[in-house]
Design a protein around this ligand. Structure first.
Ligand SMILES: NC(=O)c1ccc[n+]([C@@H]2O[C@H](COP(=O)([O-])OP(=O)(O)OC[C@H]3O[C@@H](n4cnc5c(N)ncnc54)[C@H](OP(=O)(O)O)[C@@H]3O)[C@@H](O)[C@H]2O)c1
Length: 336
């Protein structure tokens, strides 16, 4: 099975290349880039020198492709591929929202294919595994939404929490991509922590869409992302008043039962660290109850480039190809 990557030069593209090279069942046969077209992959990324591919301007003949393009431009690459019968996992946001009008509001462009938007499957396997298996187009979830939805899904589905939800997320700098911007310069980001997008982050509609799929009552969500001085990782702390009484043991059981067959979600007995997931496709989830206020607190951690992007994309590819879901994704986290 020949696999391609559109835009191998971004952080998610380069991570896809590393993971696909190690994958025993597929062959990475074509990678594209814009400014780097014509150069050997190993010249641009020395750690990938064992992958003997030249970066192309156009994708070669493949059976399944990943798009790791920025939003808006990704759709332009994905639509012709789908029309040619090539299955796609899109890492950008271009096919995640079901309502086409949301793209104008949150991303500032009119969606070029509302029809394909309806057909695309939101690629969070823990919620949509069966649909992913037969999809032509999988919209890989955003990194913050992956951490937030996995933290909240069991409680929302059980109607344990109501409309009022707070998601406080911290992300490493690679979450904002490889393109240069002032905020990611060392002197700006090192020894600094800041909140951003308080007026509404683009990942908010995606989180709301998926939580409403579990409980149709429209949730009122406050989502505040923060940038912290680390390369990889997301930690989300989610808070919500409990709509019904539940004890710690019962809460732990609810979460453990919800994720009991999931290879990449683990319910922990202590608050997890981002470092516990560094380089692995695991999401660690820790639910508890604040004994003073009775409020639910759930902490989740992921590596934004693995379960938050390239790892989850390969998990989706495995499901689409009928392979064991963990193939090529068994690596444990790197520590320290
Ligand atoms: N970073 C994450 O943690 C993460 C997580 C989940 C999803 N995503 C999504 O994944 C996609 C890729 O993100 P990323 O972080 O990997 O990107 P990135 O590191 O910011 O990649 C940007 C690279 O893409 C190339 N590029 C920029 N605009 C382009 C265009 N119009 N056509 C072709 N190449 C272009 C640039 O290379 P040249 O200038 O050299 O061509 C640049 O190096 C985005 O849609 C992002 O939202 C990212």
């Amino acid at each position: 099975m020949k696999i391609g990557i559109i835009n191998v030069t971004g952080y998610t593209g380069v991570e896809l290349a590393r993971l696909l090279h190690q994958h025993p069942e597929v062959e990475l046969s074509s990678v594209t880039g814009r400014s780097t077209a014509g150069q050997k992959l190993g010249e641009v990324f020395p750690h990938l020198a064992d992958i003997h591919l030249t970066i192309e301007a156009e994708l070669g003949k493949v059976e399944l492709a990943f798009s790791a393009m920025p939003h808006k431009d990704s759709a332009q690459e994905v639509i012709p591929l789908i029309n040619k019968g090539i299955r796609v996992v899109d890492i950008s946001a271009d096919f995640r929202l079901k309502d086409a009008s949301e793209y104008q509001r949150w991303y500032g462009f009119s969606h070029p294919s509302p029809q394909l938007l309806k057909e695309a499957v939101y690629g969070l396997p823990e919620l949509h595994r069966a649909q992913v298996a037969s999809a032509r187009l999988v919209a890989n979830p955003g990194c913050y939404p992956t951490s937030a939805i996995l933290a909240l899904a069991p409680a929302v589905k059980a109607k344990l929490i109501g409309a009022d939800i707070i998601i406080d997320s911290k992300s490493g700098i690679s979450g904002s991509g490889r393109s240069l911007n002032l905020g990611s310069h060392y002197a700006e980001a090192n020894e600094d922590t800041s909140a951003y997008a308080l007026e509404g982050h683009r990942h908010l509609p995606e989180i709301a869409q998926e939580l409403m799929g579990l409980n149709p009552q429209p949730p009122s969500i406050t989502f505040v992302p923060h940038l912290v001085p680390m390369t990889r990782g997301i930690l989300s702390t989610c808070y919500a008043p409990l709509a019904k009484k539940i004890g710690e043991k019962e809460l732990k059981k609810l979460y453990s039962d919800f994720y009991k067959d999931e290879p990449f979600v683990r319910v922990t007995d202590a608050p997890p660290h981002t470092k516990h997931t560094w380089g692995s496709n695991i999401c660690l989830v820790y639910p508890t109850i604040d004994p003073r206020t009775g409020r639910l607190i759930v902490i989740s951690v992921i590596d934004n480039l693995l379960k938050g992007a390239a790892g989850q994309a390969i998990q989706n590819m495995n499901i689409m190809l009928g392979l064991p879901e963990t193939t090529g994704l068994e690596a444990l986290a790197i520590y320290p």
